[in-house]
Structures are given as C-alpha cells and as structure tokens.
Design a binder for this molecule. Structure first.
Ligand code: FMN
Length: 244
C-alpha cells in the first residue's frame, strides 16, 4: 500500500512528539553472559564493576537500548487524534529493514483508519461467526476493538511453497513488526501488538489484501499516548555457555 495516498490529516510534528515523549537514555549495559551476578545490574553504569570510565555522552547503545526498554504495549491512546500518513510511512519503511533470508520481501501492510476500523471489526466478527467461533460478547468486542486506536496496521507475511521459507518469512515479518514498534516508541507513539482469532479469518485476510495461504502476523494498534504503560519486568537471559 502506498501510504502517501492516504488522506492527509493533521500531523503532529515529529519534533513535538519527541519533545513530549522523549525516551530516557541513561547509560546502561547488558548483563553479559557470565551469569546474572557478574555483570552490572540493569540501569547501572558499565564502569561500576570494571573500573572503566562510564560514558557521559548518550551513545548509540544508550539510545537503542533506551528505545527497546522503553517500548511497552500500550493501548491508552487518544482514538480521535490522527497520526500523519508521513509518520506511518516512515514506520512501514522501518518494518522492511528487518533481516530477510533469501530476500523474499514477505511484508504486506494494510493501514486501517477511520471507518475502516469498524469495517475490519465487522469483517472479523462475521468471519468468526461463519467459523462457528465466538459468543455474542466476544463478537461484540471484536466489532469494537479496532476503534480503540486511530490507526491499526495489519501486517501480513506472504506464503512460500517451501515450509522452512514459509516459516522464515513469518520470522522476518515478526522482526519487521518489532522494528515498527521500536520506531513508534522513538516517535513518542504508543503501540500494541495483537493477534487473536481474527488473524485466522479468511475474510479478514481478503480485506487486507492477503491470499488465504498468507499469514497475519500482527494487528499493530498505534496512537498518541494519553498515559504511559506501567513499567515492566523482564527475567534475566537464560544462557547455555559453550566455550570448549
Ligand atoms: C506474537 C504476539 C502476539 C500478541 N498478541 C496479543 C494479543 O492478542 N493480545 C494482547 O493483549 N497482547 C498480545 N501481545 C502483546 C503481549 O501481551 C505483550 O507484549 C506482553 O504482555 C509484554 O508486555 P510489553 O509488550 O509491554 O513488554 C502479543 C505479543 C506478541 C509478540
């Protein structure tokens, strides 16, 4: 889809978005492979245990790490406040920079805004009904849920006749979804990756321009945040070290 063709809206400038939602870039370091106790704790300076002088200038590492750690699933957004086609286009471009074995270019995007969100919900609910899935409450929730954000990007992965490349296409698209989420975070946008039963509905695939064998990898909700998501925890990496 050429997002340049989307109806122009009233875009908040990137500059103002950054100013309002700038990600903190305090110097941090990854825990390292030596075990949980060997490396500095998250948020600690790398120099604290090694005696090295910590960098005081935010580095590329700090910026990248800050965006990755700052990304949260967040649907507390203003559904009325549009996101410009220009910003959406930038995010979709980032999505296509993910690694992609065999350069199959498996990414497919549908940008759903305005009344399209209700149409997506109706299509999903009708498709679930046809599949015999969903009680009335779930169907009603399905009709409404895409209205929670001003933009929903449906991300598809093209099918491949070879099973391992089909799976790798899906993996590449999932990596592309993360690129989009991180780009959104850097722009000050809230984002939320969702899947669920609608991803399996043939009518939804048709609506978003996919073939039946293609896969929907994500419904990405995007919006300007009304509130930050609560801080999250992550467990330490589980690592098997093989060095001899
Ligand atoms: C493949 C995938 C599918 C997801 N689908 C859903 C979903 O259908 N509903 C939902 O609430 N969250 C969904 N999530 C979001 C996760 O629940 C969320 O990432 C997790 O709770 C961690 O929170 P965080 O993203 O703020 O770190 C999905 C995440 C991934 C990677």
């Amino acid at each position: 889809m050429n997002v340049g063709q989307l109806a122009p809206d009233a875009p908040p400038t990137v500059t103002s978005a950054r100013a309002r939602h700038q990600v903190e870039v305090a110097p941090t370091v990854a825990p390292g492979f030596q075990g949980e106790t060997a490396g500095p704790a998250r948020g600690e300076s790398p120099g604290r245990q090694t005696g090295e002088t910590p960098s005081v200038t935010p580095s590329v590492w700090d910026a990248v790490s800050g965006v990755i750690r700052g990304r949260r699933s967040n649907l507390r957004v203003d559904p009325q406040r549009p996101i410009s086609a220009e910003l959406i286009g930038r995010l979709l471009e980032l999505g296509c920079w993910a690694p992609n074995h065999k350069r199959t270019h498996p990414w497919r995007f549908a940008v759903v805004t305005g009344a399209g969100r209700a149409r997506l919900g109706e299509t999903a609910a009708a498709g679930l009904t046809a599949l015999g899935l969903g009680d009335p409450a779930l169907l009603e929730k399905t009709r409404q849920k895409y209205l929670r954000a001003p933009v929903v990007i449906v991300v598809g992965s093209t099918a491949h006749p070879q099973p391992h490349l089909h799976r790798e296409n899906h993996d590449a698209v999932a990596a592309g979804v993360q690129n989009i989420l991180l780009g959104a975070t850097a722009l000050g946008l809230a984002s939320f990756w969702s899947t669920g039963a609608p991803a399996e509905v043939p009518e939804v695939k048709r609506l978003v321009g996919l073939q039946p064998q293609d896969e929907i990898v994500a419904f990405i909700y995007l919006g300007w945040p009304l509130e930050e998501a609560p801080p999250a925890q992550r467990s330490a990496p589980v690592v098997t070290l093989i060095d001899s």
